[in-house]
Design a binder for this molecule. Structure first.
Ligand SMILES: C[S@@+](CC[C@H](N)C(=O)[O-])C[C@H]1O[C@@H](n2cnc3c(N)ncnc32)[C@H](O)[C@@H]1O
Length: 206
């Protein structure tokens, strides 16, 4: 099903920017280790990481995933349904900075949050993730190394995303200064080159 989701995404013209299989598996393991029942994903694409995450949900769990592009969302919904996960995955279409406040208004925190959308908005996604958290929530943010470009404040993103390096740097500043989280970042080298992810535990302690 995971391979089929990638193939269907490629056939529908989606860019090949899903997580690698080993990061997908790591996300799956983290959700299982945590015993998470409510998972939030920011950035669905064709639903590849969504399937890894949703398969890991504890019984009775649900996953909300946010995607700005209606065509990508349509492809993702088909892939999610083919994987037998339509009942537990809820996809909201629209810019995440508009759908996140709606979720916050609903007032039910998430156990696990995966940030993987437009990197220039990572600072906003992190702030909304905190609002949607409780002590014990785990937040994972992908692509926080970018071939090492994040070391240079004037760097142009090696993958061409405008403002990505600056958005990631600002995300680190917020993460480092935030007393309610404890976090680290891991560098990875793999099928999609040199990058990494950050992982934060919301402790709630000031
Ligand atoms: C790296 S891809 C997500 C990959 C996916 N998590 C996976 O591994 O299968 C980033 C996604 O974020 C979406 N995106 C970009 N800007 C967005 C925004 N402002 N709000 C919501 N989604 C956005 C893109 O359309 C794209 O599908």
């Amino acid at each position: 099903m995971l391979e089929a989701a990638l193939q269907a995404s490629e056939a529908a013209g989606l860019p090949p920017i899903a997580v690698t299989a080993n990061l997908g598996k790591l996300l799956n393991l983290l959700v299982r280790v945590h015993g998470a029942r409510r998972v939030l994903e920011i950035g669905t694409l064709g639903g590849y990481s969504t399937i890894w995450l949703a398969r890991a949900l504890a019984p009775g769990g649900e996953l909300v995933t946010l995607e700005a592009n209606p065509h990508y969302a349509e492809v993702a919904l088909a892939n999610i349904a083919a994987a037998g996960l339509a009942d537990v995955v809820h996809l909201r279409v629209g810019p995440a900075l508009e759908t996140l406040p709606e979720l916050a208004g609903e007032g039910v925190p998430f156990d696990f949050i995966f940030i993987d959308a437009d990197k220039q908005n990572n600072p906003g996604y992190f702030e909304w993730s905190l609002k949607l958290s409780r002590p014990g929530t785990v937040i994972v943010c992908d692509n926080v190394v970018r071939d090492g470009a994040i070391l240079d404040p004037d760097a142009i993103d090696p993958r061409g995303a405008v403002g990505a390096v600056q958005g990631i740097r600002r995300f680190y500043e917020l993460l480092g200064a935030e007393p309610r989280v404890s976090a680290t970042a891991m560098q990875t080298v793999g099928a999609k080159g040199y990058d990494g992810f950050a992982i934060a535990l919301v402790t709630g302690q000031q």
